[in-house]
Each structure stands twice: as C-alpha cells, then as structure tokens.
Write a protein that binds this ligand. Structure first.
Ligand code: NAP
Length: 244
C-alpha cells in the first residue's frame, strides 16, 4: 500500500508506521516537526522502508493540509490509505484551568482533524477510493468525568467518521475509526494506569488487521470493546458517582 501517515513520530502512529514498513508498505510522513519527521524516516528506513519522504502538516494549521497530502501523493506516485494518529491531550483539570489550551485541544482533535480528513477523503475518492484510518478514542463513547472536554472532541470525531463510512463506503472509501483505550505512550506518561492498559505495538497489529479488512470501528486493545459496552450500559445515577 501507498500510505500517508499524520502522527508517525511518536506512540501508536510510530508503531503502526513501523509495522507497515516491515511488511513493505510505501510510506510518506506528515507532521509538525521537520526534525522529528526526518528522524522517524531514518528509523523506518532502518526497518526496510524505501525512500520515506516527509512534509509539514500541523493539525492546528489547516493551510498545511492540502500541500502536505499533495506532496504525499506525488512522492508515493498514488495514495491507497491515509492514517491519522496525531492528536492532542490534556487532563480535565488542565483544560478547565486554561481556556487557551482547551481551545487548542478542541481545535486539533475536532475541527483540524475533520478538515484534514475532508481533504484526504476528496483525494482518495478522486482516485476511486482507498482507506481513511483515524484514531478517535473510547473517551468519546460516553460523557465521563475525567474526559468531559477531550472526550467531547473525540465524540464529535467518531460521529463524523461513522457518517463518512455510511456516506462513502459504496463509492470505495473505507473509513476505519480506531478507539484506543488506555495505551502507554508519551500522551499518557505520568497518568495513573487503569486496568487493561495496552502497548503501541499490540495496538498497531490490531489496527493493521482492521485496515486490511476495512473494519469500520476497532477497539484497541480489543478488550476495551467489552469495557465500553459495560460503561455504555451504566445508568446516569451511577455515572455521577463513579470516578471514571
Ligand atoms: N494513548 C492513549 O491512551 C490514547 C487513548 C485513546 C485515544 N488516543 C488517541 O490516539 C492517537 C495517538 O495517541 P498516542 O498516545 O500515540 O499519542 P502520542 O504518543 O502523544 O503521539 C501523538 C502524535 O501526534 C502528533 N501531533 C500532536 N499534535 C499535532 C499537531 N498539531 N499536528 C500534527 N501532529 C501532531 C505528535 O507529533 P510531534 O512529534 O510533533 O509531537 C505525535 O506524532 C491520538 O489521537 C490520541 O488522542 C490515545
């Protein structure tokens, strides 16, 4: 596959890009830090990827989306899949205390991500279809105390991705919405670890299978599908009492 990845410099995006490189997919990296992109390109080359190019693309700067994806299409000589693992997180306390930070997180995880997906969708459909794989979160599944704000952005993103799948699947666009549970990455460093925490490499294997099958929604690690089923069923009076 010819794949453009936004967010391969860290965490789950890096693990997924490594898994793709190892099986021979052609990769192009998009991100906000050119030095980190170059470093990640070298890392992927060491794992067997050939000529990994990169271009600037910042979720908080929509003007970078079209040029970034155009550079990917040109360098790869086509485009079969676009993967978005990039995202911003901050704790509920930090977001409640700092409206500027809140604006940035909502902007990157909702508006910016959707605008980027719209640009990717148009390009994939113009080529007859392809796969758009985007990382949302279990935080968007239910209104919960510790992720009221971050979760709201991810809930909106998940709804958009669901609709995209309904609207364009027949035209050839396979939308894969990834809903990670707690995964050990730089995003979660220092946070208390809940049960069922996962690692980026395990998530990458699960997501790669979902991309190959065109699975519209995938929980990673998979046990989080069950955890969220239970949480979705909890009545409101219980949700008001529990900490999660
Ligand atoms: N870890 C979890 O437990 C968890 C749970 C649920 C959902 N998620 C979601 O899963 C995705 C991946 O998370 P992760 O834990 O792998 O995160 P991570 O380790 O913090 O990596 C985040 C990636 O996003 C990039 N990024 C951040 N802001 C950006 C921006 N404005 N423009 C472009 N790229 C930007 C970072 O690039 P730089 O190198 O430039 O920083 C990095 O490559 C995110 O969408 C996150 O919300 C994570």
């Amino acid at each position: 596959m010819k794949v453009a990845v936004l967010g391969a410099t860290k965490g789950m995006g890096r693990a997924l890009a490594r898994a793709m490189a190892a099986r021979g997919d052609a990769l192009f990296l998009l991100g906000r830090d050119p030095a980190e992109l170059a470093k990640s390109g070298q890392d992927l080359a060491a794992r067997g990827a050939k000529g990994v190019g990169h271009a600037p693309c910042d979720l908080e700067t929509p003007e970078t989306f079209a040029p970034g994806l155009a550079a990917a299409e040109t360098a790869l000589g086509g485009l079969d899949a676009v993967v978005v693992t990039a995202g911003l997180f901050a704790t509920q306390d930090a977001l409640e205390a700092d409206p500027r930070l809140l604006g940035r997180v909502l902007d990157a995880d909702f508006t910016g991500t959707i605008l980027f997906c719209e640009e990717a969708r148009k390009r994939l459909l113009a080529r007859g279809g392809g796969t758009l794989c985007v990382f949302s979160s279990v935080a968007g599944e239910r209104g919960r105390k510790p992720v009221a704000l971050y979760g709201a952005a991810k809930a909106g993103l998940s709804t958009y991705l669901e609709a995209l799948d309904h609207r364009y699947r027949e035209a050839g666009l396979k939308t894969v919405c990834v809903k990670p549970g707690f995964v050990r990455t730089s995003m979660t460093a220092g946070l208390p670890e809940p049960p069922f925490a996962g690692d980026p490499e395990g998530v990458a294997a699960t997501v790669l299978r979902a991309i190959d099958r065109g699975t519209p929604v995938v929980y990673a690690p998979p046990i989080w599908a069950l955890v969220m089923l239970v949480i979705r069923l909890l009545p409101r009076f219980v949700m008001r009492k529990v900490k999660f």
